[in-house]
Write a protein that binds this ligand. Structure first.
Ligand code: NDP
Length: 245
């Protein structure tokens, strides 16, 4: 199942915690060369050295996905270190939930910048590199919030609906040469809920998040999509915990 991962150069945004971190560990274990990106470089450095200690190949670079120039440098760094780009996992995301009436415009903007613009930047920087490599794959991380909306999550869900739409558009435009996969997790253990500043939304989320998937479960879904033989494009994976709150 995992033979298709060996030797692939995989760029992962938001690799400093949660799903991105678990994905980096698992892909590296199966022989991928992973390029880790996020803002917290202390975490990336630690992860990269842990991967190397267990025989894997990992590099990292400070990355703010809201900055297109940063994203270009991230892709360039991967090409310099590993010679090519095979896969970009657009995973970085934030989820500061609140009711619309709270008018938390800064948080709305941050979700739009990271969750939507960040994915667009990853596509814009990654696509030319994949074309240079003669093909490639995008794995974009949406959410079950890309299919259903809940109170306090209107803007977050809007960003994830957008990721789903962008991913489908990308697939239709590039389907002959680039594989495009949308992975939509249900509640998963990570630091994601830490970005909620609104007290009520935070309390509700704490209850909702009691039943959560390990981040490794989403990493397994990503490995499944990346490991498929040439000509097989896994378009969409939705992964929920068995008992959904
Ligand atoms: P975490 O908070 O643990 O991880 C989010 C990652 O995104 C961190 O590595 C963080 O790194 C990075 N990040 C945030 N802002 C930026 C930025 N501007 N530039 C670069 N990196 C950034 O949460 P998850 O692992 O859960 O989240 C990963 C993805 O999964 C997100 O897209 C999220 O929406 C999605 N998801 C998660 C679910 C869950 O229940 N956990 C459910 C559905 C979807 P740093 O702060 O170091 O920059």
């Amino acid at each position: 199942q995992t033979s298709g991962v060996e030797g692939k150069v995989v760029l992962i945004t938001g690799a400093s915690s949660g799903i991105g971190e678990a994905t980096a560990r698992l892909l590296a274990k199966y022989g991928a060369k992973v390029m880790l990106g996020a803002r917290r470089t202390d975490k990336l450095e630690k992860l990269a050295s842990e991967i190397r200690e267990t025989g894997g190949l990992a590099e990292y670079r400070k990355l703010d996905v809201t900055d297109m120039n940063d994203m270009e440098m991230f892709v360039q760094h991967a090409e310099e270190k590993f010679g090519k780009v095979d896969v970009v996992v657009n995973n970085a995301g934030v989820m500061p939930l609140s009711l619309l009436e709270e008018r938390k415009m800064d948080e709305w903007n941050r979700m739009i910048d990271v969750n939507i613009r960040g994915v667009l930047h990853g596509i814009a920087a990654g696509l030319p590199a994949m074309r240079r490599a003669g093909g490639g794959q995008f794995v974009n991380i949406a959410s079950i919030g890309a299919y259903e909306v809940t109170p306090t999550a209107a803007v977050y869900c809007a960003t994830k609906y957008a990721v789903r739409a962008i991913t489908e558009g990308l697939r239709l435009e590039t389907e002959k040469e680039i594989r495009v996969t949308l992975v939509s997790p249900g509640v998963t253990e990570s630091e994601l809920a830490d970005s909620i500043s609104d007290e009520h939304a935070r309390a509700a989320m704490r209850e909702y998040r009691r039943i959560a998937l390990p981040a490794r479960a989403i990493a397994e879904a990503i490995v499944y999509a990346v490991s498929q033989p040439e000509g097989v494009d896994v378009n969409e994976l939705v992964v929920r915990p068995t008992v959904d709150a």
